[in-house]
Write a protein that binds this ligand. Structure first.
Ligand code: CP3
Length: 327
């Protein structure tokens, strides 16, 4: 069985002795070869240049032997199709300018402006045939967090939901249409699965998640015709809601009991090793990894972290972890 079969079969519910493994943020700063390339180009140039983005996407496959690639890009990239100006500065949240939130609209012809993503996917697919490529987008609320402006636990979008729920809903509808087109562009170009990142979906009261986050996520899930993964951080209090989403796999953070998520949803699960273990000792890391493997032995499970690889992580620790999972 090659990596693509191992990953896709697990995603659709198969259970093997060997678990597929990949890491969120694997195509990024913890890799020396990424940092070296990044010295020559700014982040946005790397995302928008297919030759560079495809190269970075493939890096972790060769360097740490993961079982899946994730497209090198960023969750804010589809906002370019709305005419946004994006700014990335070291060590701070990226920011979005040039959009009029009072009159946000989206014309689906404008998805053409992010065609570089399709070109990136085509280069990857032409070069790698036996490992799966995961495409991705943000969930509309998480995208909205940056659109309204980061800082203070995203107080801007959270207060706006209460202040003007109708306008919030109109903005989310625009972001949902954009996200569906953006994911379809990636699917048409050949990604094998998609992951929707709702990193900040767990920062609102349960009733707000139900009424103002869940419905847009569900529209996206229902629109997808290839295997899909939903990632959320801090989900314990909304377990019933997330298990009702029509994604094929749920990816949760280190606080969750991943077996419980499988039990509640009957779906494949992904995660959820604490990413800070990679900054600790080899003993602690491998012990926790073995525990996670033991607890997911008999359920469909894609090995991953609870959130992204931290930039200060050593490549050697990641390599040892992958070897252990494969062993
Ligand atoms: O996972 C991968 O390896 C694929 C590429 C990827 C990036 N961002 C590259 C990136 C993916 C899937 C993302 C998703 C993303 N981006 C999320 C959802 C996942 C999560 O971590 O919660 C979010 C919330 C963002 C927004 C974002 N992008 C932030 C807050 C930042 C700045 C903080 C940081 O990590 O630097 C970014 C920049 C970013 N995205 C970098 C990379 C490699 C760093 C850019 C650089 O090289 O300086």
């Amino acid at each position: 069985m090659n990596k693509k079969e191992l990953f896709l079969n697990t995603l659709s519910g198969a259970v093997y002795n060997k678990k597929p493994v990949w890491f969120m943020r694997q195509a990024g700063r913890f890799l020396k070869s990424y940092r070296k390339l990044r010295e020559q180009y700014d982040f946005l140039t790397m995302c928008t240049t297919p030759e560079l983005a495809s190269k970075v996407t493939i890096m972790p496959l060769h360097e740490i032997d993961v079982d899946a690639m994730i497209l090198f890009s960023d969750i804010l990239i589809p906002l370019l199709a709305l005419g946004a100006k994006l700014t990335y500065k070291d060590g701070v949240s990226p920011f979005v300018e040039n959009l009029d939130l009072d009159n946000l609209s989206y014309d689906s012809d404008n998805i053409e402006s992010v065609m570089f993503v399709a070109d990136t996917i085509e280069i990857i697919k032409n070069n790698i045939k036996d490992a799966p490529l995961i495409g991705f987008s943000a969930a509309p609320f998480t995208l909205g967090c940056y659109l309204f402006g980061a800082g203070g636990d995203f107080y801007k979008i959270r207060s706006f939901i209460y202040k003007n729920p109708l306008k919030y809903t109109a903005i989310m509808n625009v972001l949902t249409d954009l996200t569906i087109d953006y994911l379809n562009l990636q699917i048409a170009a050949g990604v094998d699965a998609v992951q929707v990142f709702d990193s900040w979906g767990g920062i609102v009261p349960k009733s707000v998640y139900k009424d103002f986050i869940f419905p847009f996520n569900q529209n996206i899930a229902k629109s997808l015709n290839i295997p899909s993964i939903y990632y959320i951080k801090n989900s314990a209090y909304i377990k019933n809601e997330i298990t009702n989403l029509d994604f094929d796999c749920l990816s949760v953070d280190w606080r969750e009991d991943i077996r419980e998520i499988h039990k509640a949803s009957s779906k494949c699960v992904q995660g959820n090793l604490d990413n800070t273990l990679l900054l600790s000792s080899q003993d602690a890391l491998l012990k926790a990894a073995e525990q996670l493997l033991a607890s997911t032995k008999d359920i469909p499970h894609i090995f991953n972290l609870g959130h992204g690889v931290l930039p200060q992580t050593s490549e050697d620790m990641v390599k040892i972890l992958v070897e252990t999972i494969h062993g």
